[in-house]
Ligand binder design. Structure first.
Ligand SMILES: [Ca+2]
Length: 404
């Protein structure tokens, strides 16, 4: 059953690749004949495995230790998310808030820093990195935010600056096994701009310092907002990636778009009626191609999950009877045309986020996370963000063996 599904997927991906090659002009076709690899990616080269927040499935996310583990496990890129300190230093955190991933709440002298700010339109209470100097940030220690993941490393590791991440990549990646790239994300650009702490020029200055501010450097810059990427496209030749979010999936597998996950936040500020759902349409992809090199969509834009509703209450059932309703109770839907449409617009596709926990895997994958990776690799995805680099690398090897 699974083999048939994967085989069908492979045929579809091959058909897509054939159509795309047919679209090339003669000159390009000759060029591709020599250079094109056998994968169904934009270039035909093998897809990238991106260590999402480092090896965050194993160690507290966004620490030097987690990034180094991802490099050791074979990541092609490590992915630091960037927010700003009060004194304007870029540090690696997924949120401007420190509550979920550090021990900040347990340090008495910082208690008065707890405050409410408007974050992408939503009043949000917590400890903001932008109220801490770098010196104060360095007094914090990282913790594992996911209770299903190892907790024994809590309290051991510092919060790294972007500069320290670049130093690590230089030291551990470039001189040793292979070139390891960095995939920084500017988090909440509008929020940081309003605080007087914009991220973009500091990011470019750091890349410049490490001789990485060039079109062929092992760097991708990503963002969920559009205006800052458009700004960056006028300032750098480093490859840019438009992230594309959604809120959730409905019972039938269609995506849902509750704010603030409905649109790039700069659209909300300027009153632009478009949303993420518009960005993935051919016209939206053509717009993105004017300033970016690729898209980073939530994987559910490519393969979604459909629930079962035997009791007709409008909600997905706990099909496997384990007491919770999650993706393991759902089945994968027919792949969308997004990869083909993005490739047709000249954009690569790096999908997020691939995880090993059984509750994140549609029942089609039989509890083996490699099967999900393999499906996406055969569909032609150009890269995957994963918390489990080693699983992604192993699945890529398995997928390669399935290519003709
Ligand atoms: Ca269940």
């Amino acid at each position: 059953m699974r083999f048939k599904q994967i085989f069908g997927t492979l045929l579809l991906a091959l058909a897509v690749a054939a159509v795309m090659q047919g679209d090339d002009d003669d000159h390009k076709k000759d060029d591709n004949k020599n250079k094109r690899g056998k994968w169904n990616t934009l270039t035909g080269q093998q897809p990238l495995v991106i260590g999402h927040r480092g090896a965050s499935g194993y160690l507290p996310e966004h620490t030097l230790e987690a990034y180094r583990r991802a490099i050791e496990l074979g990541a092609d890129f490590i992915e630091p998310d960037l927010v700003s300190t009060k004194d304007g230093v870029l540090i690696a955190r997924h949120e401007p808030l420190l509550d979920g991933t550090t021990n900040v709440a347990s340090i008495a002298k910082f208690a008065s820093k707890k405050t409410t700010k408007i974050l992408d339109g939503i009043p949000t209470l917590g400890f903001y990195a932008s109220d801490f100097t770098l010196k104060e940030i360095k007094e914090l220690r990282a913790i594992q935010p996911n209770s299903a993941r190892p907790q024994q490393y809590n309290g051991l590791y510092e919060i790294p600056t972007f500069e320290e991440v670049l130093d690590l990549v230089e030291k551990w990646g470039w001189g040793t096994r292979k070139i390891v790239g960095v995939y920084p994300e500017t988090k909440h650009p509008t929020f940081h701009f309003a605080l007087g702490l914009p991220l973009e020029d500091k990011l470019l200055a750091a890349l410049e310092k490490h001789k990485l501010n060039r079109s062929d450097s092992p760097v991708f810059i990503q963002s969920f907002e559009t205006a800052n990427l458009q700004y960056l496209s006028t300032k750098t030749k480093v490859r840019l990636v438009q992230l594309i979010d959604a809120d959730d999936v409905a019972l039938d597998g269609s995506l849902t778009f509750a704010a603030p996950y409905d649109k790039p936040y700069n659209y909300a500020v300027t009153g632009d009626p478009r949303g993420f759902a518009d960005l993935v349409k051919p016209a939206g992809l053509a717009d993105i191609a004017k300033y970016a090199d690729g898209i980073g969509p939530w994987k559910r834009y490519i393969v979604s999950v459909r629930g079962r509703d035997n009791d007709k209450n409008g909600k997905a059932d706990d099909v496997n009877g384990d007491g919770s309703v999650n993706d393991a109770d759902k089945t994968a839907t027919t792949p969308s045309a997004l990869i083909a449409n993005a490739h047709a617009a000249g954009l690569f596709v790096h999908a997020y986020t691939f995880r090993n926990e059984k509750g994140t895997l549609a029942s089609d994958y039989k509890g083996d996370p490699k099967n999900e990776f393999i499906q996406f690799f055969l569909l032609g995805v150009d890269g995957v963000f994963t918390d489990f680099t080693d699983t992604g690398v192993a699945a890529r090897t398995a997928a390669e063996a399935m290519l003709p």
